[in-house]
Ligand binder design. Structure first.
Ligand SMILES: NC(=O)c1ccc[n+]([C@@H]2O[C@H](COP(=O)([O-])OP(=O)(O)OC[C@H]3O[C@@H](n4cnc5c(N)ncnc54)[C@H](O)[C@@H]3O)[C@@H](O)[C@H]2O)c1
Length: 269
């Protein structure tokens, strides 16, 4: 890994916790120049103190805002002179049935998960093209398969994958690799910060987070996939089976997914 990423300029959105944070640490360990954005200065300061590495650049930006994304990418170009790898990682989830949820919750998820990806990619693309680099998205099984209680989340990840797939095809002969990674359930803040029907954080997780894949494992798989210039990576067997079943026998997939989410603690199904 060391040889692949040494001195590369790597940009990660949403890098103060979970998978984004683990990616930042892993790329720094591999000798990359890492730029991370987050919404809160205090969380970015904590990350800087913890990793204590001069190759880490942090910037306050809400990826749901186009002007923040431009300012973030401009700051990276100014500091490091270019971008080799962009990882669109920042994300928020939800848990509420569509019949109950306020439409604004879905708009918030689209703003962050989808539009944040579009904005950052738009501003970083010229430099990544010049460097024949990589544009990556941290997607989800929810980007292949609608999951109950997650209409906005699934829609945003389907949209992200459609956007990235199109971009990959447009860039087939430019030397730019466009790819996405789909982790399975991974221990992080994503379920605690998931929005409820009125747009407030749930502040609890329905899963035993200690039994899930770690963010560090996801980061290692992601570095490997980027180094090998993969197209898409689904990280778990359960995820691969869900994707396959959804294509081959979608009616079964509907029932299996329904059964799975009905058993989730607090499920309104
Ligand atoms: N944890 C899982 O089980 C899992 C599974 C599949 C996909 N994912 C995806 O992985 C990615 C990372 O999530 P995670 O699991 O590490 O959760 P997390 O909540 O720990 O990390 C999400 C990060 O995004 C940041 N973020 C949220 N909104 C933002 C905004 N508007 N602007 C800037 N930053 C913002 C958060 O501050 C945080 O640093 C997400 O895109 C998520 O959809 C997670």
């Amino acid at each position: 890994m060391q040889t692949n990423f040494q001195h590369k300029s790597v940009v990660i959105t949403g890098g103060t916790s979970g998978i984004g944070r683990a990616l930042a640490v892993a790329f720094l360990q591999a000798g990359a120049k890492v730029s991370v954005c987050g919404r809160r200065e205090a969380a970015l300061n904590a990350l800087r103190e913890e990793v204590n590495n001069p190759l880490l650049h942090t910037f306050v930006a809400d990826v749901g805002r186009e002007s923040d994304c431009k300012a973030f990418i401009d700051s990276v170009l100014e500091k490091y002179g270019g971008i080799d790898i962009l990882i669109n990682n920042a994300g928020v989830s939800m848990r509420a049935l569509f019949r109950d949820v306020e439409v604004d919750v879905l708009k918030t998820l689209m703003d962050i998960n989808f539009w944040g990806t579009v904005y950052c990619t738009k501003f970083a693309l010229p430099s990544i093209t010049a460097n024949k680099g990589t544009i990556a998205g941290v997607s989800s099984i929810a980007g292949y398969r609608g999951l109950p209680g997650r209409t906005g989340y699934s829609a945003s990840k389907f949209a992200m994958q459609g956007f990235l797939e199109t971009l990959r095809t447009e860039n087939l002969h430019t030397g730019v690799n466009v790819m996405w990674v789909c982790p399975g359930f991974t221990s992080s803040n994503i379920r605690n910060t998931a929005l409820d029907q009125t747009g407030h954080s749930q502040k609890e997780t329905p899963l035993d987070e200690s039994r899930l894949m770690s963010a560090e494992e996801v980061a290692q798989h992601t570095l490997k996939a980027i180094a090998r210039r993969k197209r898409t990576v689904v990280l778990t067997i359960q995820g691969k089976l869900t994707v396959l079943l959804s294509h081959v026998i979608p009616r079964w997939a509907d029932q299996l997914v329904f059964n799975h989410f009905r058993k989730e603690p607090g499920s309104p199904l």
